[in-house]
Design a protein around this ligand. Structure first.
Ligand SMILES: *Cc1c(COP(=O)(O)O)cnc(C)c1O
Length: 359
């Protein structure tokens, strides 16, 4: 029996996608081979990667002057690739520190140039998105970096910083494909695939063409955006199977009516859970008000023993991976695209029952 998997990543994939992949596992179309066994330079595989890119462009309405790159190394490699490739004019960049990923990106950036933390929410365990005032931004920064959805702490931006001509770079690992976004507002968007796009091993970069240029002199060839842009993400072997699964996920999104439909579904799921948490006597959300993530919902009882008991009972009853990140404690329900409304409903009912029984 399949469980409701609330993992923050790698996370649930739509059952339809897994079933389709299973049906094509040993023979893709009339190719006589699994996608895993195909040459990445074959005609069959060429059609798969092209279709993945086309669908991503369509689903996210990516303008023509943006390149889509299929890379490896996780979102974490981007923490270095971004400064190496973009911090090349004035050698400085602004970062907003809204959690561990944002901080890691900032620290890595500091190795390659002058990075400045414009604002931080660390004073309250990253439970909010700090107020940002463009007067505080460096007009000469080569880019401005944000972590759009903070996977560990459960916050997200509802208003983008006004960076003027400074390109906005966003880590969207845990929110990409969950809502409509205006790509043209960003210089670059990047995401590890394992939260909302597919399996681990694929990293997607969407970058405005004019930002792809000469990197810093020390940059390895494989860490140069130009290398991958010039070669259609085929400078070396791309993560072929992960790209194929992304294609299936994008087809699934198209089939349910596109990103707007998905966004409405995600809003309903999040509202159901937050509404319960806001009224429960036992469970409390850790993020208040205006910066709540639609994808990652951390909550606590305020009693470590009770948290433990709840997590154990969840696991026994088919609600898995609900333990919070070690830095926040308590619980975290990640409710990405593939989590059905029924899964959140079942969780809320289970929480109600647990609360009743453990008063
Ligand atoms: C998971 C995650 C990362 C790290 O991704 P890797 O692919 O494991 O390197 C970075 N940023 C955010 C926002 C994440 O959710």
């Amino acid at each position: 029996m399949r469980v409701y998997n609330f993992s923050a990543g790698p996370s649930m994939l739509p059952l339809e996608v897994l079933e389709k992949a299973a049906s094509e596992m040993t023979e893709y179309g009339a190719s006589g081979q699994s996608v895993m066994e195909m040459s990445h330079r074959s005609k069959e595989y060429g059609a798969i990667i092209e279709s993945a890119e086309c669908l991503l462009r369509k689903v996210l309405s990516i303008p023509d002057n943006y390149k889509v790159l299929f890379l490896q190394g996780g979102a974490s490699s981007q923490f270095a690739m971004i400064p190496l490739n973009l911090m090349t004019k004035n050698g400085k960049a602004d970062y907003v520190i809204t959690g561990q990923w944002a901080k890691k990106a900032y620290k890595e950036g500091c190795r390659y140039g002058q990075c400045r933390a414009v604002a931080s929410s660390e004073d309250k365990t990253f439970s909010y998105i700090p107020e940002l005032n463009s007067a505080d931004f460096d007009k000469d920064a080569d880019y401005f970096h944000i972590c759009y959805n903070n996977t560990i702490y459960g916050t997200k931006y509802y208003k983008l910083p006004e960076t003027g001509n400074v390109p906005l770079v966003a880590d969207m690992s845990s929110s990409i494909l969950s809502e409509e976004i205006d790509v043209s507002k960003f210089g670059m968007i990047y995401a590890g695939a394992q939260k909302n796009m597919g399996p681990a091993g694929l990293t997607v970069v969407i970058i405005r063409e004019d930002l792809i240029g000469e990197p810093q002199a020390i940059t390895p060839t494989m860490f140069t955006y130009q290398t991958h842009a010039d070669n259609g993400s085929m400078f070396n072997t791309p993560p072929t199977y992960a790209i194929y699964i992304l294609k299936l996920v994008l087809e699934w999104i198209e089939n349910i009516g596109g990103i707007k439909v998905l966004e409405e579904k995600n809003k309903k799921k999040a509202a159901l859970l937050y509404d319960f948490l806001d009224h429960s006597e036992m469970f409390h959300p850790t993020v208040m008000g205006a910066s709540r993530s639609m994808m990652n919902v951390p909550f606590v009882t305020g009693n470590d023993e009770l948290d433990k008991k709840f997590i154990a009972e969840c696991t026994k009853n088919g609600f898995v991976n609900i333990k919070g990140h070690r830095s926040v404690g308590g619980m975290r329900a990640s409710i990405y695209n593939a989590m059905p409304y029924e899964g959140v409903e079942a969780l809320v009912n289970f929480m109600k029952k647990f609360e009743e029984e453990n008063k």
